[in-house]
Design a protein around this ligand. Structure first.
Ligand SMILES: Nc1ncnc2c1ncn2[C@@H]1O[C@H](COP(=O)(O)OP(=O)(O)OP(=O)(O)O)[C@@H](O)[C@H]1O
Ligand SMILES: [Mg+2]
Length: 422
Protein backbone atom coordinates (compact mmCIF):
# COMPACT_ATOMS: atom_id res chain seq x y z
CA UNK A 1 0.00 0.00 0.00
CA UNK A 2 1.15 3.51 -0.74
CA UNK A 3 1.81 5.53 2.31
CA UNK A 4 0.05 8.71 1.16
CA UNK A 5 -2.83 9.81 -0.98
CA UNK A 6 -3.99 13.31 -1.80
CA UNK A 7 -7.50 14.72 -1.66
CA UNK A 8 -7.70 17.60 -4.11
CA UNK A 9 -10.46 20.17 -4.23
CA UNK A 10 -9.83 22.14 -7.40
CA UNK A 11 -12.14 25.10 -6.84
CA UNK A 12 -13.31 28.05 -8.88
CA UNK A 13 -11.79 30.47 -6.36
CA UNK A 14 -9.58 28.37 -4.09
CA UNK A 15 -7.89 25.02 -4.47
CA UNK A 16 -7.01 22.84 -1.53
CA UNK A 17 -5.06 19.65 -1.06
CA UNK A 18 -5.20 17.36 1.96
CA UNK A 19 -2.42 14.82 2.50
CA UNK A 20 -3.74 11.57 3.94
CA UNK A 21 -1.40 9.14 5.61
CA UNK A 22 -2.86 5.73 4.81
CA UNK A 23 -0.85 4.03 7.57
CA UNK A 24 -1.83 6.25 10.45
CA UNK A 25 -5.22 7.03 8.81
CA UNK A 26 -4.80 10.68 9.51
CA UNK A 27 -4.62 13.92 7.59
CA UNK A 28 -0.96 14.94 7.73
CA UNK A 29 -1.30 18.45 6.21
CA UNK A 30 -3.64 20.65 4.25
CA UNK A 31 -2.60 23.29 1.74
CA UNK A 32 -4.77 25.97 0.17
CA UNK A 33 -4.05 28.42 -2.65
CA UNK A 34 -6.20 30.80 -4.68
CA UNK A 35 -6.96 29.25 -8.11
CA UNK A 36 -5.11 31.98 -9.96
CA UNK A 37 -2.33 32.12 -12.53
CA UNK A 38 -0.51 35.22 -13.67
CA UNK A 39 1.47 35.04 -16.88
CA UNK A 40 4.03 37.85 -17.06
CA UNK A 41 3.99 39.98 -20.16
CA UNK A 42 7.27 38.41 -21.35
CA UNK A 43 8.58 34.86 -21.35
CA UNK A 44 11.72 33.98 -19.42
CA UNK A 45 14.96 34.90 -21.18
CA UNK A 46 15.61 31.19 -21.91
CA UNK A 47 12.25 30.99 -23.72
CA UNK A 48 10.39 29.01 -21.04
CA UNK A 49 6.91 30.13 -19.94
CA UNK A 50 6.98 32.72 -17.18
CA UNK A 51 4.13 32.55 -14.71
CA UNK A 52 3.25 32.44 -11.03
CA UNK A 53 0.42 30.63 -9.24
CA UNK A 54 -1.75 31.32 -6.18
CA UNK A 55 -1.23 34.32 -3.88
CA UNK A 56 1.86 35.30 -5.81
CA UNK A 57 -0.25 35.70 -8.94
CA UNK A 58 -2.10 38.60 -7.31
CA UNK A 59 1.04 40.45 -6.27
CA UNK A 60 2.67 39.86 -9.66
CA UNK A 61 -0.42 41.18 -11.45
CA UNK A 62 -0.49 44.30 -9.30
CA UNK A 63 3.29 44.85 -9.34
CA UNK A 64 3.61 44.45 -13.08
CA UNK A 65 0.96 47.12 -13.63
CA UNK A 66 -1.51 44.45 -14.81
CA UNK A 67 0.21 44.04 -18.16
CA UNK A 68 0.32 40.24 -18.43
CA UNK A 69 -2.50 37.68 -18.55
CA UNK A 70 -4.39 36.99 -15.40
CA UNK A 71 -6.28 33.70 -15.28
CA UNK A 72 -9.12 33.39 -12.78
CA UNK A 73 -12.07 31.00 -12.37
CA UNK A 74 -10.55 28.63 -14.95
CA UNK A 75 -12.80 25.86 -13.61
CA UNK A 76 -15.71 27.59 -15.33
CA UNK A 77 -14.26 27.02 -18.81
CA UNK A 78 -13.81 23.27 -18.26
CA UNK A 79 -17.34 22.60 -19.49
CA UNK A 80 -17.29 25.07 -22.41
CA UNK A 81 -16.77 23.33 -25.74
CA UNK A 82 -16.29 26.79 -27.30
CA UNK A 83 -13.08 27.15 -25.28
CA UNK A 84 -10.43 25.11 -27.02
CA UNK A 85 -7.26 27.02 -26.29
CA UNK A 86 -5.82 30.43 -25.59
CA UNK A 87 -2.49 31.92 -26.65
CA UNK A 88 -0.30 33.27 -23.92
CA UNK A 89 3.31 34.38 -24.39
CA UNK A 90 2.96 32.92 -27.88
CA UNK A 91 2.22 29.43 -26.61
CA UNK A 92 -1.11 27.61 -26.82
CA UNK A 93 -2.81 26.56 -23.60
CA UNK A 94 -5.81 24.24 -23.45
CA UNK A 95 -8.17 24.26 -20.46
CA UNK A 96 -6.43 21.09 -19.20
CA UNK A 97 -3.01 22.80 -19.49
CA UNK A 98 -4.20 25.71 -17.34
CA UNK A 99 -5.77 23.47 -14.70
CA UNK A 100 -2.64 21.29 -14.69
CA UNK A 101 -0.58 24.34 -13.70
CA UNK A 102 -2.66 24.74 -10.54
CA UNK A 103 -2.69 21.00 -9.74
CA UNK A 104 1.06 20.82 -10.28
CA UNK A 105 1.63 23.71 -7.90
CA UNK A 106 -0.40 21.94 -5.20
CA UNK A 107 1.32 18.62 -5.87
CA UNK A 108 4.76 20.22 -5.75
CA UNK A 109 4.06 21.86 -2.40
CA UNK A 110 2.61 18.65 -0.96
CA UNK A 111 5.37 16.40 -2.31
CA UNK A 112 8.00 18.57 -0.71
CA UNK A 113 6.20 18.34 2.64
CA UNK A 114 6.20 14.52 2.58
CA UNK A 115 9.46 14.14 0.67
CA UNK A 116 7.86 11.81 -1.90
CA UNK A 117 6.39 11.91 -5.38
CA UNK A 118 2.78 10.97 -4.58
CA UNK A 119 0.88 10.02 -7.73
CA UNK A 120 -2.37 8.94 -6.16
CA UNK A 121 -5.23 11.40 -5.83
CA UNK A 122 -8.94 11.69 -5.26
CA UNK A 123 -10.10 14.76 -7.09
CA UNK A 124 -13.36 16.50 -6.34
CA UNK A 125 -15.88 17.55 -8.94
CA UNK A 126 -19.12 19.48 -8.62
CA UNK A 127 -22.32 17.47 -9.02
CA UNK A 128 -22.89 19.36 -12.26
CA UNK A 129 -20.05 21.29 -13.89
CA UNK A 130 -22.58 23.39 -15.72
CA UNK A 131 -26.31 23.26 -16.13
CA UNK A 132 -27.65 19.76 -16.14
CA UNK A 133 -26.03 18.81 -19.48
CA UNK A 134 -24.35 15.43 -19.88
CA UNK A 135 -22.08 16.32 -22.78
CA UNK A 136 -20.68 19.42 -21.10
CA UNK A 137 -20.24 17.45 -17.94
CA UNK A 138 -18.32 14.65 -19.62
CA UNK A 139 -16.12 17.17 -21.40
CA UNK A 140 -15.29 18.89 -18.11
CA UNK A 141 -14.39 15.68 -16.31
CA UNK A 142 -12.29 14.46 -19.24
CA UNK A 143 -10.36 17.73 -19.20
CA UNK A 144 -9.90 17.56 -15.43
CA UNK A 145 -8.66 14.00 -15.77
CA UNK A 146 -6.17 15.08 -18.44
CA UNK A 147 -5.01 17.92 -16.20
CA UNK A 148 -4.38 15.47 -13.35
CA UNK A 149 -2.30 13.31 -15.67
CA UNK A 150 -0.31 16.32 -16.89
CA UNK A 151 0.30 17.30 -13.28
CA UNK A 152 1.89 13.91 -12.60
CA UNK A 153 -0.90 11.80 -11.10
CA UNK A 154 -1.27 8.29 -12.47
CA UNK A 155 -3.90 6.89 -10.09
CA UNK A 156 -6.93 9.14 -9.96
CA UNK A 157 -10.49 8.78 -8.73
CA UNK A 158 -13.26 11.37 -8.77
CA UNK A 159 -15.67 12.14 -5.99
CA UNK A 160 -18.50 14.67 -5.73
CA UNK A 161 -17.34 17.71 -3.77
CA UNK A 162 -20.30 17.76 -1.34
CA UNK A 163 -19.65 14.09 -0.49
CA UNK A 164 -16.11 15.14 0.37
CA UNK A 165 -17.52 17.82 2.68
CA UNK A 166 -19.86 15.24 4.22
CA UNK A 167 -17.01 12.86 5.05
CA UNK A 168 -15.13 15.67 6.79
CA UNK A 169 -18.23 16.36 8.87
CA UNK A 170 -18.71 12.65 9.59
CA UNK A 171 -15.43 12.57 11.51
CA UNK A 172 -16.90 15.02 14.01
CA UNK A 173 -20.01 12.92 14.71
CA UNK A 174 -20.58 10.44 17.49
CA UNK A 175 -23.74 8.81 16.09
CA UNK A 176 -25.55 8.05 12.86
CA UNK A 177 -27.34 11.00 11.23
CA UNK A 178 -29.26 11.88 8.07
CA UNK A 179 -27.41 14.94 6.85
CA UNK A 180 -28.09 17.51 4.18
CA UNK A 181 -24.79 18.99 2.99
CA UNK A 182 -24.67 22.23 1.03
CA UNK A 183 -21.39 23.36 -0.47
CA UNK A 184 -21.65 26.94 -1.68
CA UNK A 185 -18.48 27.91 -3.52
CA UNK A 186 -17.32 30.49 -6.01
CA UNK A 187 -18.86 28.82 -9.06
CA UNK A 188 -21.44 26.28 -7.96
CA UNK A 189 -23.78 25.31 -5.15
CA UNK A 190 -23.92 21.58 -4.54
CA UNK A 191 -26.17 19.47 -2.36
CA UNK A 192 -25.99 15.96 -1.09
CA UNK A 193 -28.30 14.11 1.25
CA UNK A 194 -26.77 11.08 2.89
CA UNK A 195 -26.52 8.90 5.95
CA UNK A 196 -23.40 9.61 7.93
CA UNK A 197 -22.17 7.12 10.44
CA UNK A 198 -18.83 7.51 12.19
CA UNK A 199 -18.61 3.74 12.54
CA UNK A 200 -18.56 3.38 8.76
CA UNK A 201 -15.96 6.09 8.23
CA UNK A 202 -13.32 3.73 6.84
CA UNK A 203 -15.59 1.22 5.18
CA UNK A 204 -15.28 0.23 1.53
CA UNK A 205 -18.72 0.75 0.17
CA UNK A 206 -20.57 3.93 0.91
CA UNK A 207 -22.82 3.87 -2.13
CA UNK A 208 -25.92 2.81 -0.25
CA UNK A 209 -25.51 5.76 2.13
CA UNK A 210 -25.83 8.35 -0.64
CA UNK A 211 -29.48 9.21 -0.96
CA UNK A 212 -29.41 12.19 -3.32
CA UNK A 213 -27.04 14.62 -5.01
CA UNK A 214 -27.72 17.76 -7.01
CA UNK A 215 -26.35 21.15 -7.82
CA UNK A 216 -26.81 24.49 -9.50
CA UNK A 217 -24.43 26.74 -11.35
CA UNK A 218 -24.58 29.68 -8.94
CA UNK A 219 -21.92 30.72 -6.47
CA UNK A 220 -19.99 33.67 -5.14
CA UNK A 221 -18.95 34.73 -8.65
CA UNK A 222 -22.64 35.13 -9.54
CA UNK A 223 -23.18 37.38 -6.50
CA UNK A 224 -20.19 39.50 -7.51
CA UNK A 225 -21.47 39.70 -11.09
CA UNK A 226 -24.89 40.86 -9.82
CA UNK A 227 -23.17 43.53 -7.73
CA UNK A 228 -21.06 44.67 -10.68
CA UNK A 229 -24.20 44.88 -12.82
CA UNK A 230 -26.14 46.96 -10.29
CA UNK A 231 -23.48 49.08 -8.61
CA UNK A 232 -20.32 48.83 -10.69
CA UNK A 233 -21.46 49.31 -14.30
CA UNK A 234 -23.05 52.76 -13.68
CA UNK A 235 -19.47 54.02 -13.15
CA UNK A 236 -18.63 52.71 -16.60
CA UNK A 237 -21.50 54.25 -18.52
CA UNK A 238 -24.64 52.22 -17.83
CA UNK A 239 -27.81 54.40 -17.84
CA UNK A 240 -26.08 57.24 -19.74
CA UNK A 241 -27.55 58.81 -22.81
CA UNK A 242 -25.99 59.80 -26.09
CA UNK A 243 -27.18 61.77 -29.07
CA UNK A 244 -27.53 59.36 -31.99
CA UNK A 245 -28.77 61.73 -34.67
CA UNK A 246 -29.38 65.40 -34.12
CA UNK A 247 -31.77 65.92 -31.24
CA UNK A 248 -32.50 62.22 -30.72
CA UNK A 249 -31.29 60.92 -27.38
CA UNK A 250 -30.90 57.22 -26.67
CA UNK A 251 -29.67 55.21 -23.70
CA UNK A 252 -26.52 53.17 -24.26
CA UNK A 253 -27.61 49.51 -24.67
CA UNK A 254 -27.34 47.57 -21.43
CA UNK A 255 -25.96 44.54 -23.26
CA UNK A 256 -22.64 46.38 -23.58
CA UNK A 257 -22.17 46.13 -19.81
CA UNK A 258 -22.87 42.42 -19.53
CA UNK A 259 -19.35 42.06 -20.95
CA UNK A 260 -17.71 43.48 -17.86
CA UNK A 261 -19.74 41.47 -15.34
CA UNK A 262 -18.17 38.11 -15.99
CA UNK A 263 -14.60 36.99 -16.16
CA UNK A 264 -14.81 34.96 -19.28
CA UNK A 265 -16.38 37.76 -21.25
CA UNK A 266 -14.03 40.42 -19.96
CA UNK A 267 -11.11 38.39 -21.32
CA UNK A 268 -12.38 38.81 -24.87
CA UNK A 269 -13.79 42.31 -24.48
CA UNK A 270 -10.81 44.19 -25.74
CA UNK A 271 -10.95 44.28 -29.53
CA UNK A 272 -10.54 47.38 -31.73
CA UNK A 273 -14.22 47.36 -32.76
CA UNK A 274 -15.43 47.45 -29.18
CA UNK A 275 -13.03 50.27 -28.36
CA UNK A 276 -14.26 52.23 -31.36
CA UNK A 277 -17.87 51.81 -30.17
CA UNK A 278 -16.96 53.02 -26.71
CA UNK A 279 -15.09 56.01 -28.13
CA UNK A 280 -18.19 56.87 -30.17
CA UNK A 281 -20.36 56.71 -27.04
CA UNK A 282 -17.83 58.97 -25.33
CA UNK A 283 -18.12 61.67 -28.01
CA UNK A 284 -21.86 61.37 -28.61
CA UNK A 285 -22.62 61.49 -24.89
CA UNK A 286 -20.93 64.87 -24.63
CA UNK A 287 -17.63 63.36 -23.47
CA UNK A 288 -19.08 61.60 -20.47
CA UNK A 289 -16.03 60.48 -18.48
CA UNK A 290 -17.68 57.19 -17.57
CA UNK A 291 -16.79 55.91 -21.03
CA UNK A 292 -13.19 56.89 -20.38
CA UNK A 293 -13.44 54.75 -17.24
CA UNK A 294 -14.67 51.87 -19.37
CA UNK A 295 -11.76 52.23 -21.78
CA UNK A 296 -9.31 52.46 -18.88
CA UNK A 297 -10.83 49.31 -17.36
CA UNK A 298 -10.52 47.16 -20.45
CA UNK A 299 -7.30 48.55 -21.87
CA UNK A 300 -5.47 48.09 -18.58
CA UNK A 301 -6.89 44.71 -17.51
CA UNK A 302 -8.27 46.23 -14.32
CA UNK A 303 -11.07 43.64 -14.09
CA UNK A 304 -9.53 41.55 -11.35
CA UNK A 305 -8.80 44.52 -9.13
CA UNK A 306 -12.36 45.89 -9.49
CA UNK A 307 -13.77 42.46 -8.64
CA UNK A 308 -11.49 42.27 -5.63
CA UNK A 309 -13.10 45.44 -4.29
CA UNK A 310 -16.53 43.97 -4.94
CA UNK A 311 -15.56 40.78 -3.14
CA UNK A 312 -14.20 42.79 -0.20
CA UNK A 313 -17.50 44.65 0.06
CA UNK A 314 -19.35 41.32 0.12
CA UNK A 315 -17.03 39.81 2.73
CA UNK A 316 -17.38 42.87 4.99
CA UNK A 317 -21.17 42.58 4.71
CA UNK A 318 -21.02 38.96 5.93
CA UNK A 319 -20.26 40.42 9.35
CA UNK A 320 -21.49 44.03 9.30
CA UNK A 321 -24.51 46.13 8.36
CA UNK A 322 -22.58 48.57 6.22
CA UNK A 323 -19.56 48.42 3.93
CA UNK A 324 -17.76 50.68 1.49
CA UNK A 325 -17.51 49.88 -2.16
CA UNK A 326 -14.32 51.65 -2.92
CA UNK A 327 -11.98 51.56 -5.91
CA UNK A 328 -9.37 54.05 -7.08
CA UNK A 329 -7.11 53.28 -9.97
CA UNK A 330 -5.82 55.58 -12.70
CA UNK A 331 -8.74 57.93 -13.43
CA UNK A 332 -11.43 55.62 -12.00
CA UNK A 333 -12.86 56.81 -8.71
CA UNK A 334 -15.47 54.78 -6.84
CA UNK A 335 -16.39 55.29 -3.21
CA UNK A 336 -19.85 54.65 -1.85
CA UNK A 337 -21.54 53.06 1.13
CA UNK A 338 -23.53 49.89 0.69
CA UNK A 339 -25.97 48.86 3.39
CA UNK A 340 -26.74 45.22 4.11
CA UNK A 341 -30.41 45.54 3.01
CA UNK A 342 -29.21 47.10 -0.28
CA UNK A 343 -26.77 44.26 -0.78
CA UNK A 344 -29.39 41.65 0.01
CA UNK A 345 -31.65 43.23 -2.59
CA UNK A 346 -28.88 43.03 -5.21
CA UNK A 347 -28.24 39.34 -4.64
CA UNK A 348 -31.90 38.38 -4.01
CA UNK A 349 -32.40 36.92 -7.47
CA UNK A 350 -29.50 34.50 -7.07
CA UNK A 351 -30.44 33.58 -3.51
CA UNK A 352 -34.00 32.86 -4.72
CA UNK A 353 -32.70 30.65 -7.49
CA UNK A 354 -30.76 28.65 -4.90
CA UNK A 355 -33.87 28.48 -2.70
CA UNK A 356 -36.03 27.28 -5.61
CA UNK A 357 -33.48 24.69 -6.58
CA UNK A 358 -33.33 23.45 -2.99
CA UNK A 359 -37.14 23.10 -2.84
CA UNK A 360 -37.13 21.20 -6.10
CA UNK A 361 -34.27 18.98 -4.90
CA UNK A 362 -36.15 18.04 -1.72
CA UNK A 363 -39.33 17.35 -3.68
CA UNK A 364 -37.68 15.35 -6.43
CA UNK A 365 -35.87 13.09 -3.97
CA UNK A 366 -38.80 12.83 -1.54
CA UNK A 367 -36.78 14.33 1.30
CA UNK A 368 -38.93 15.34 4.22
CA UNK A 369 -37.36 18.19 6.21
CA UNK A 370 -38.49 16.39 9.37
CA UNK A 371 -36.25 13.43 8.46
CA UNK A 372 -33.12 15.58 8.28
CA UNK A 373 -31.10 15.33 11.49
CA UNK A 374 -28.59 18.01 10.67
CA UNK A 375 -27.34 20.42 8.07
CA UNK A 376 -23.72 20.94 7.14
CA UNK A 377 -22.91 24.13 5.26
CA UNK A 378 -19.52 24.69 3.72
CA UNK A 379 -17.79 26.84 1.06
CA UNK A 380 -17.07 30.57 1.19
CA UNK A 381 -20.52 31.61 -0.03
CA UNK A 382 -22.16 29.84 2.92
CA UNK A 383 -20.93 32.81 5.00
CA UNK A 384 -23.29 35.23 3.22
CA UNK A 385 -26.05 36.36 5.62
CA UNK A 386 -29.00 35.80 3.26
CA UNK A 387 -27.76 32.30 2.49
CA UNK A 388 -27.65 31.42 6.18
CA UNK A 389 -31.10 32.97 6.60
CA UNK A 390 -32.41 30.83 3.76
CA UNK A 391 -31.33 27.59 5.46
CA UNK A 392 -32.55 28.70 8.88
CA UNK A 393 -35.96 29.54 7.44
CA UNK A 394 -36.29 26.31 5.47
CA UNK A 395 -35.19 24.09 8.36
CA UNK A 396 -36.01 25.95 11.58
CA UNK A 397 -35.66 22.84 13.77
CA UNK A 398 -32.49 21.42 12.30
CA UNK A 399 -29.01 22.10 13.64
CA UNK A 400 -26.90 24.13 11.28
CA UNK A 401 -23.26 23.03 11.38
CA UNK A 402 -20.12 24.16 9.65
CA UNK A 403 -16.43 23.32 9.78
CA UNK A 404 -13.54 24.78 7.86
CA UNK A 405 -15.36 26.46 4.97
CA UNK A 406 -12.37 26.28 2.65
CA UNK A 407 -10.71 22.98 3.49
CA UNK A 408 -13.49 20.57 4.43
CA UNK A 409 -14.02 19.31 0.86
CA UNK A 410 -10.34 18.47 0.34
CA UNK A 411 -10.19 16.80 3.76
CA UNK A 412 -13.20 14.62 3.04
CA UNK A 413 -11.87 13.72 -0.42
CA UNK A 414 -8.74 12.47 1.26
CA UNK A 415 -10.97 10.29 3.45
CA UNK A 416 -12.44 8.70 0.31
CA UNK A 417 -9.69 6.09 -0.17
CA UNK A 418 -12.37 3.39 -0.45
CA UNK A 419 -12.73 4.50 -4.11
CA UNK A 420 -9.45 2.71 -4.86
CA UNK A 421 -10.65 -0.60 -3.44
CA UNK A 422 -11.57 -3.20 -6.03
N1 LIG B 1 -16.61 35.88 4.42
C1 LIG B 1 -17.18 35.65 3.23
N2 LIG B 1 -18.44 36.07 2.98
C2 LIG B 1 -19.02 35.87 1.79
N3 LIG B 1 -18.42 35.26 0.75
C3 LIG B 1 -17.16 34.81 0.96
C4 LIG B 1 -16.48 34.98 2.18
N4 LIG B 1 -15.24 34.46 2.07
C5 LIG B 1 -15.16 33.97 0.82
N5 LIG B 1 -16.31 34.20 0.14
C6 LIG B 1 -16.62 33.82 -1.25
O1 LIG B 1 -16.60 32.41 -1.34
C7 LIG B 1 -16.24 32.03 -2.65
C8 LIG B 1 -15.10 31.04 -2.58
O2 LIG B 1 -15.49 29.95 -1.81
P1 LIG B 1 -14.81 28.53 -1.98
O3 LIG B 1 -13.36 28.63 -1.76
O4 LIG B 1 -15.60 27.60 -1.13
O5 LIG B 1 -15.13 28.28 -3.52
P2 LIG B 1 -14.47 27.23 -4.51
O6 LIG B 1 -14.38 25.92 -3.82
O7 LIG B 1 -13.23 27.79 -5.06
O8 LIG B 1 -15.57 27.18 -5.67
P3 LIG B 1 -16.41 25.97 -6.29
O9 LIG B 1 -16.57 24.97 -5.21
O10 LIG B 1 -17.71 26.58 -6.71
O11 LIG B 1 -15.61 25.51 -7.44
C9 LIG B 1 -15.83 33.29 -3.39
O12 LIG B 1 -16.89 33.70 -4.22
C10 LIG B 1 -15.59 34.27 -2.26
O13 LIG B 1 -15.82 35.60 -2.66
MG1 LIG C 1 -15.64 24.34 -3.58
Amino acid sequence: MDKFLYGIDFGTTNSALAIYNEESREIAHTIIIPSLIYFYEQRNSDGTPNFVVGEEAISAYLNEGMKGRFIKSVKQVLSRSSFTETRIQNKRYTAADLVAIILKELKGRADSLIGENCQKAIIGRPVFFDDDNVQKDTLAQTRLSKAAELAGFNEVRFQFEPIGAAFAYERTLSKKENVLVADLGGGTTDFTYLVLNPEKANSKNRKSDMMATGGIYIGGDSLDAAFMWERGTPYFGKHTQYEATSGKRLTVPKSLFANICSWEQMNFFNGPRIKKDIEDYYYFSGKNRKFKNLLTLIENNLGYSVFRSIENTKITLSGANMARFSYQEMDIEIDEEISLPDYEQIIAKDVNRIANYLDQFLLQHHIEPTNIDSLFLTGGTSLVGSIQKLFKERFPHVNLNSGDNFKSVATGLAYSGYLFEK
